[in-house]
Design a protein around this ligand. Structure first.
Ligand SMILES: C[S@@+](CC[C@H](N)C(=O)[O-])C[C@H]1O[C@@H](n2cnc3c(N)ncnc32)[C@H](O)[C@@H]1O
Length: 311
């Protein structure tokens, strides 16, 4: 694609119009959160808000729908601010807008942080952000990351596990030994802050970075090598860098040239993984197709075993 592996400067609602229909496999982005209060509806004296957002949200969302391939995904990472005593609700409003234009809210994932940004007096510490997984139909790619250490690894279940059937009877299943690792759940706890978010010193010239681990997990989950990964509010270029090192193509868009310059520097410093130097996460990844095949084989083996037992 013409804009592959480039950083473009400008308002995403305008720049996105240059991208062809259905050309992007995955968007991983984190827009400015709830700046309504600080900017009071204006930036540099110009009214750029629409419906209370600090950027032209609806226009960008509409463009994202147009450029996303059938089966493509948008990962929209947002959080609410507390305004006048209550959460703004912006995150929900955005998710519902995406749904109204045709995206599935495929999953509401959470990114959990190690600690709140500041201590709370009248409520519990805020330690998560939303990661809405918005898909154009059923996601065409899903690679499950199975790096969650199982507490009961190596143990077998006692007796035979069973499940209740519609008629109330109990159906017995084969017993099994708990594997060392299982699939992640949809809350990802990721350490954030200087030194954790990224090791790239230069990146911290951008004030609001996404942790590399979050962008990378999303890219590995929803794309294949060679796919196109977009960030229309790319900031310090975290999405682009993680796409690049994982052998995907990237497109970054940001209002500010200086942020794109940081992103370009990070790409220069980065080295893509190779067969000889693979991503350490690779060994924990199983594609949806492999997973289904594995399930099919287990079912077949169990059926065969049962038939043998019954003579
Ligand atoms: C939260 S930061 C993104 C950080 C990025 N995920 C990273 O890890 O570096 C949001 C970015 O959106 C950019 N931005 C805000 N409004 C925009 C618009 N209308 N079009 C393009 N970029 C915009 C800001 O300049 C800022 O860099």
């Amino acid at each position: 694609m013409e804009y592959s592996n480039q950083f473009l400067t400008g308002d995403a609602s305008v720049v996105l119009k240059q991208l062809p229909n259905e050309s992007v496999d995955l968007t991983v982005t984190s827009p400015p959160y709830d700046l309504m209060r600080q900017y009071k509806g204006e930036v540099d004296g110009k009214k750029i808000f629409k419906g209370g957002y600090s950027f032209p949200f609806e226009e960008i969302a509409d463009e994202l729908y147009r450029v996303t391939k059938e089966g493509g995904v948008v990962m929209w990472n947002v959080a609410d601010q507390v305004i006048d005593g209550g959460e703004s609700g912006t995150s929900f409003r955005m998710a519902l807008y995406f749904q109204s234009i045709g995206f599935l809210i495929y999953d509401t994932m959470l990114y959990g942080k190690n600690s709140p940004n500041f201590p709370e007096m009248g409520r519990y510490g805020q330690v998560f952000e939303y990661c809405f997984i918005l898909s154009k139909g059923k996601p065409k790619t899903f690679n499950q990351i199975r790096d969650k250490k199982n507490k009961w690894a190596g143990h077998s279940n006692f007796g035979k596990p069973s499940s209740r059937q519609a008629d109330g009877s109990l159906k017995q299943h084969e017993s099994f030994t708990v594997a060392d690792y299982g699939a992640r759940y949809n809350i990802w706890y990721i350490a954030n802050g200087k030194g954790y978010t990224t090791k790239d010193e230069i990146a911290y010239q951008h004030p609001a970075l996404m942790p590399e681990e979050l962008a990378e997990g999303m890219i590995l989950s929803w794309t294949k090598p060679g796919d196109i990964v977009l960030d229309p509010m790319s900031g310090g270029g975290t999405t682009a860098k993680m796409a690049y090192i994982n052998n995907r193509n990237y497109i970054g868009i940001d209002l500010q040239d200086e942020y794109n310059d940081i992103a370009k520097e990070r790409i220069k410093l980065a080295t893509p993984y190779t067969e000889d130097n693979p991503n350490p996460l690779d060994k924990y990844i199983i594609t949806r197709e492999e997973l289904m095949e594995k399930r099919r084989q287990t079912r077949e083996a169990n059926k065969k075993k049962k038939a043998e037992q019954n003579g």
